[in-house]
Write a protein that binds this ligand. Structure first.
Ligand SMILES: CC(C)(COP(=O)(O)OP(=O)(O)OC[C@H]1O[C@@H](n2cnc3c(N)ncnc32)[C@H](O)[C@@H]1OP(=O)(O)O)[C@@H](O)C(=O)NCCC(=O)NCCS
Length: 251
């Protein structure tokens, strides 16, 4: 099946939610957040990459365990995949809204894209070019989990929505913004005719928000059971118990 192409049209706003920002004196100021498509400008896409570099690579359990922040090759491999997935032009952003209703700072993102046979061929090509051994370890774990529970077979579909990285700026966590971004997949699926989604969630916080957004467990693996040929753990001392591949129908 050919690669998905977003039909032309204005950016979709999936939901506007009430939340807050914490001011310097510790008080909370009410703000509205727009859960919506990321504008297709270089600057707005770069803002996503900056968010991922500053808040995903610092805080996500596998990234911390394999020290991606100190691995220039891993950062480049990530950037390659973030840019590839963002080029589907359906990635979800969570933007603070100004008082005049215009989008301001990006506080969260989930780089969703539609996976068809052609996408899988693209991913195989990218994989052959990854430079970081540690990035490859993470990638192969994701591949293993996605293969263990084949969402296309389970839901009898020829494409599904996947994603590369879910992240909320640490100053804005604790308001379920992760959940709202995952929940938007129902609307995205309806809009673009994609009836299923499958994603690997690596930590308890994202697994909790995914369950809240209606995802069910497809396949779970404990990090302690992921070992190399000699039986050594691939993710030593990781601050998470298990990775879960989770799926849901979107109709
Ligand atoms: C995952 C992430 C996007 C979720 O952001 P969020 O929607 O603001 O959610 P929170 O981080 O506040 O945590 C979600 C829930 O998990 C709970 N939680 C925190 N630590 C937990 C733990 N060890 N076990 C179980 N639940 C936990 C929180 O209490 C919260 O519950 P609540 O929503 O009922 O209050 C955000 O934590 C993040 O960006 N993390 C760094 C990057 C990352 O790990 N991404 C996920 C990769 S799959």
């Amino acid at each position: 099946m050919v690669r998905f192409q977003r039909p032309p049209g204005p950016l979709n706003i999936w939901k506007v939610v009430d939340g807050f920002e914490v001011l310097e004196d510790g008080t909370k100021k009410p703000v509205k957040f727009s859960i919506q498509e990321i504008p297709y400008t270089f600057e707005r896409k770069q803002e996503v990459i900056d968010l991922m570099c500053n808040h995903y690579l610092d805080d996500e359990a596998i990234a911390k365990c394999l020290k991606f922040k100190e691995d220039a090759d891993a950062i480049n491999d990530f950037k390659t995949m973030w840019n590839y997935a963002m080029n589907y032009n359906i990635a979800v952003g969570c933007y603070k809204l100004d008082t005049d209703g215009k989008i301001g700072e990006l506080v969260g993102a989930n780089i969703v894209y539609i996976v068809t046979d052609e996408t899988e061929k693209d991913l195989a090509k990218f994989k052959a070019g990854f430079k970081s051994k540690n990035f490859l370890k993470m990638w192969e774990l994701m591949e293993l989990l996605l293969k263990k529970c084949d969402v296309k077979k389970i839901y009898n579909v020829d494409k599904y929505m996947g994603s590369i990285c879910l992240c909320v700026n640490s100053a804005y966590r604790g308001q379920k913004l992760g959940y709202y971004m995952l929940d938007a997949r129902k609307e995205i699926g309806k809009k673009y005719g994609c009836l299923a989604t499958s994603t690997v969630f690596s930590v308890p916080t994202s697994q909790k928000q995914a369950a809240r957004a209606g995802f069910e467990e497809g396949f779970t693996i404990e990090y302690k059971d992921v070992v190399d040929d000699k039986g050594n753990p691939i993710f030593p001392n990781i601050e998470s118990t298990c990775a879960k591949q989770m799926i849901r129908r979107l109709d």
